[in-house]
Design a protein. Structure first.
Length: 618
């Protein structure tokens, strides 16, 4: 993978200090309001450790054995049986998952696997690589939806998880996939709750992991060495081996790098060094109290007795601290023990008003639940290893006659301790709260000097207000992004109010359009000074603005009009004419875009441009 300096992308600002956690990262909540990004986590992101959700004393880590590509159940039964029998001896009820293409839903093996602890999960009907390709979004949705609905016909609870075809060998994962396919429902009302397509790389940048776990006996990076070097590979996160949420309704359950495909590609099939590295990953998981999924196949790349060695290691070397679960078992425990019975998605697949964030800046994720049934703040107590509940003063979703009504709330921080604050502003209701010891504290005059047009909620649509730390001082600015050239406000600590500044968003730039859809604005540190520049690209133009200082604001670097809507320019649009996400993200010093127009047509199926190129004079 191309090496590059750590950058500060758009809606999540990745720290330039590697694994060192700043006392207050002012942008650690921006993922809650920004466009979908499957890669928003980093080593500095607050942890969601296994004891927070597994519900089983003594269990420090979870590993999901998830075999890919099933079409012939009998073949998979033969391959899996020695592994499953070893699981039974280790933990009683086994847990494993089978990522499935097209099968007979009434094959008795499928019911048998479910009853003994396995789960049959979605891998698309036809296994296209990449899923989004050759301009045919409808084909991608059809093979995904068709597999979801096919597996829902299996007697039992149905599938809960998805894995993207070829995610271990190419950039087949895209924000556009989550926006238009995963986070929606099938024509028959089906949906999933877990994606497991993003690969986690453990390395020496994590101070919790000793070198013996992340450096192999030859002195090479134990896990980085598996990243294919003959192609661009950006489907990666680093040193975050925990579940996390993508786009409010999707759990991401990261995969361990390497899969057995990556391993055989590096040093041949069935290599014992692969298993040694997997065992080292298990040991690292117990140190991190993490959870990952293993990607493997019955294609001759790894033997079933080698997979069973992982279970031997869990029992004999790790003292039984690892639990092997299926995705279905993991989801059930997350919903019960972490979310108090309130899953991310309502029965109709819509947002259930659950938000995962660190409210008190202690480095652990907490849970906010705000829906018609529950208003609760669940704060993790790391010393006691238990949850403590407090009231929540607002609902994030409401039930109405025509379905769910979204109530947009903006999250950020305005104090040096990094505690979260929430803003809700509509035409009729304007309130701000801050977390304090003992619960939420309302700041009654905080919004009194904001114009009435500054709203988070425009009739159930996003009003474009954002809390973003523009200048890396740990305190957010409030940006009115609902209009072109919106104003910027600063927090006044003495009066406890938002005060206007001379700054405005650059011409042409807004955060959301009149319908509350993403307008194409991304906040990125292009030059490494930790100040947030703007990269803007919509169907009609693209632009780059460099942040100068608090008095000057942003200076124009580039504005390029497209010859026609969605036409060619330096940058492809970040959003389409219908307001949908076009598949852009920022990683390793580059802007990447993957969608049905890049897949099968461009090198490595992605558009890529180095960020420093955007600052070059023209």
């Amino acid at each position: 993978m191309a090496a590059g300096r750590m950058l500060w992308p758009a809606w999540l600002i990745l720290l330039a200090l590697g694994s060192q956690v700043l006392p207050n990262d002012g942008n650690r909540f921006t993922y809650l309001n920004g466009p979908i990004d499957p890669y928003w986590v980093s080593a500095t992101t607050p942890k969601l450790i296994t004891p927070q959700w597994v519900g089983e004393p003594g269990i420090e880590a979870v590993f999901v054995l998830a075999i890919d590509d099933m079409r012939a159940p009998q073949r998979y039964e033969r391959f899996l049986r020695p592994i499953v029998d070893r699981l039974k001896r280790y933990q009683g009820k086994p847990g494993y998952s089978i990522m499935t293409n097209r099968v007979d839903p009434y094959d008795p093996l499928l019911v048998f696997w479910h009853r003994e602890g396995g789960s049959v999960e979605v891998h698309t009907l036809t296994h296209p690589c990449p899923l989004l390709q050759h301009g045919r979004l409808y084909e991608a949705k059809r093979t995904y939806d068709g597999c979801v609905d096919l597996l829902r016909r299996i007697p039992g609870p149905g599938p809960v998880a998805y894995r993207m075809p070829c995610c271990d060998s190419m950039n087949s994962v895209s924000p556009r996939f989550f926006d238009l396919i995963f986070n929606r429902t099938t024509p028959n009302g089906g949906y999933l709750s877990i994606d497991s397509s993003v690969f986690c790389v453990l390395d020496q940048a994590d101070p919790d992991l000793p070198d013996e776990l992340v450096v192999d006996p030859f002195g090479r990076p134990r896990f980085r060495k598996y990243i294919p070097v003959d192609r661009w590979m950006a489907n990666l996160i680093y040193n975050y081996p925990y579940p996390y949420v993508i786009g409010r309704v999707a759990w991401e359950f990261p995969c361990l790098m390497p899969s057995d495909w990556d391993a055989q590609y590096l040093h041949g099939p069935n290599n014992p060094a692969t298993v040694d590295d997997w065992i080292a990953a298990l040991r690292a998981l117990t140190v991190k109290q993490g959870a990952l999924s293993l990607v493997f196949h019955p294609h001759g790349w790894i033997r079933n007795d080698q997979v069973a060695r992982l279970i031997d290691a869990a029992e004999k070397e790790l003292g039984g601290k690892v639990r092997f679960l299926s995705f279905a078992q993991a989801l059930e425990r997350i919903n019960r023990n972490l979310l108090a019975g309130e899953p991310l998605r309502q029965p109709d697949g819509s947002d259930n008003g659950v938000r995962i964030l660190d409210v008190n800046a202690d480095g652990y994720m907490d849970v906010l639940i705000g829906n018609p049934r529950v208003r609760s703040t669940r704060v993790w107590q790391p010393q006691q290893r238990q949850w403590r509940e407090y009231p929540l003063p607002i609902r994030f979703v409401e039930r109405e006659l025509l379905g769910t009504r979204y109530r947009p709330v903006c999250f950020g921080t305005v104090d040096s301790q990094g505690r979260v604050c929430m803003i809700y502003a509509s035409k009729r209701r304007r309130r701000m709260w801050q977390w304090a010891e003992g619960g939420w504290r309302e700041l009654p005059d905080a919004l009194s000097e904001l114009p009435a047009t500054v709203v988070t909620d425009r009739g159930g649509r996003d009003g474009g207000v954002r809390l973003i730390d523009l200048d890396a001082d740990g305190i957010c600015e409030l940006i009115d992004g609902g209009t072109v050239g919106g104003r910027v406000f600063r927090w006044d600590r003495e009066s406890q109010r938002w005060q206007p500044t001379p700054l405005r968003l650059p011409r042409l730039v807004r955060i959301v359009d009149e319908n509350g859809n993403d307008a194409g604005c991304r906040w990125v540190d292009l030059d490494g000074d930790r100040l947030l520049d703007i990269v803007f690209s919509d169907p009609f133009r693209c632009a780059v603005y460099r942040y100068v200082d608090r008095q000057t604001g942003w200076r124009e670097v580039l504005v390029e009009e497209r010859p026609e809507p969605m036409g060619r320019a330096l940058l492809p649009p970040f959003v389409r004419l219908d307001g949908s996400n076009n598949g852009a993200w920022f990683r390793d010093g580059y802007l990447w875009i993957q969608n049905e127009d890049t897949g099968g047509r461009l090198t490595n199926h992605v558009f890529r441009i180095k960020l420093t190129k955007l600052l070059e004079p023209r």
